[in-house]
Write a protein that binds this ligand. Structure first.
Ligand code: PLP
Length: 404
């Protein structure tokens, strides 16, 4: 049973006011708010358990280690991975992509080898590859999109060459809301023997992601966009691939034996987790994923889909409205510009009405170039948003319009 007033009571921040008005938080694509169960669990661990993990024989250390490793199992189940060996804790999506870019290129790519990305990527799925292009001479190829904001899959097919080594692609665009057909992309890539890395920053919080159904080779997402704490994220990788990759960073925790002559590395997943992990945050993340599972990812998806459709309808009724991203399969994001009102002006004035939206290029400047705009206004929905909040946004936009 999806009861919004019960759900909102789990997020006290949603009841606060800004500028003397009720907060309408529509910036969930940037980060989500945290339910009390996450905050309570983290506070409780600091108060009663805190000790470094994996190292101590003492009671607290073992208890903290148990919580940390239980969190890994919670993540495994949440994304339906085969084994906890496939779950690497990172700082977030960005670090997950950087890890693969660095280790994959080091071990498995030669100068002139190619990585395919798309025109709708977040900078965090562009710049790590550009760094590798500069360091190792790899080349970047780009899948174009159509005017609705959908990938042109036939054009993707034409990008494969004998030098293609990897596709790295967003599951859901943070600007357009487009849900990319990952299973189909994986099927096509695998027919060329090419593995696929999926940027799941904007999918994992919104609908069920199933590693075995998608059959992708790597998948990464951020805790803070998934109702969990900042500073923690997840990189999933099929064991057969992770086994072939060298460590990303060196230090404690990731070794088996160290001597000045030779060091051997720990087994998966620890080989990729140098140093003390943010074990309080992994515990918090597990509580967030439990919370999502209790609500039901299908219920969350249905609710957010209704909000997105409702908001799209309402915005389309405003004269001079331009919507960006009208893919057939799209998710919890609505990007727009109204007449010639600058996105920053719209965002600033909406803020004064208590409405938090995002403005600017959304870390997707190549996409802005494709859309021929300097930025957009973006409302992004979370599991706790309401139709009344969509109404407040629409009314706010109409008020801003009267000021110009
Ligand atoms: N990828 C996408 C599609 C995103 O929307 C974001 C964040 O907005 C990221 C990657 C980067 O996530 P993080 O900053 O949590 O690493």
């Amino acid at each position: 049973m999806y009861n919004l007033s019960f759900i909102r009571a789990d997020f006290p921040i949603l009841s606060r006011q800004v500028y003397g008005r009720p907060l309408v938080y529509l910036d969930n694509g940037a980060t989500t708010q945290k339910p009390l169960c996450v905050l309570d669990a983290m506070r409780d661990e600091y108060l009663n358990v805190n000790a470094n993990v994996h190292r101590g024989v003492h009671y607290l250390s073992q208890q903290a280690t148990d919580l940390h490793e239980a969190a890994r199992e919670t993540v495994r189940a949440f994304i339906n991975a085969r084994s906890t060996n496939e779950i690497v804790f990172t700082r977030g999506t960005t670090e997950g992509i950087n890890l693969i870019a660095s280790s994959f290129c080091e071990a498995l790519m030669q100068p002139g080898d190619e990585v395919i990305v798309s025109e709708m990527e977040h900078h965090s799925n562009i710049v790590p590859w550009q760094l590798q292009a500069a360091r190792r001479g790899i080349a970047l190829k780009v899948i174009p999109i159509n005017d609705r904001g959908e990938l042109l899959l036939e054009e993707m097919d034409a990008l494969f060459t004998p030098r293609t080594r990897l596709i790295s692609i967003a599951h859901v665009s943070n600007v357009l809301g487009t849900v990319n057909p990952i299973a189909e992309i994986v099927r096509r890539a695998h027919s060329h023997g090419v593995p696929v890395l999926v940027d799941g920053a904007q999918s994992a919080p919104h609908f069920q992601v199933d590693m075995q159904a998608l059959d992708c080779d790597f998948f990464t997402f951020s805790g803070h966009k998934t109702y969990g704490p900042t500073g923690v994220g997840v990189l999933y990788g099929k064991e057969e691939w992770l086994d072939r990759l060298p460590p990303y960073q060196g230090g404690g925790e990731m070794i088996e034996t160290v001597a000045f002559e030779k060091t051997t590395f720990a087994a998966l997943p620890f080989k990729f987790e140098a140093g003390t992990p943010d074990y309080i945050a992994t515990h918090g993340l597990a509580k967030a994923l439990d919370y999502l599972t209790r609500l039901g990812m299908n219920n969350i998806e249905r609710h957010e889909q209704e909000l997105t459709n409702y908001c799209t309808q309402q915005l389309k009724a405003i004269d001079g409205m331009r919507l960006f991203g009208e893919a057939e399969h799209k998710d919890a994001v609505v990007s727009f510009l109204l007449r010639d009102i600058h996105h920053l002006d719209m965002g600033t004035l909406l803020d004064r009405l208590g409405i938090a939206v995002r403005t600017g290029h959304h870390c997707a400047q190549p996409l802005m170039t494709r859309l021929k705009v300097s930025g957009t206004v973006r409302a992004s929905f979370g599991l706790y948003n309401t139709r009344e909040e969509v109404d407040a946004l629409v009314e706010g936009i109409r008020r801003v319009e009267t000021m110009f």
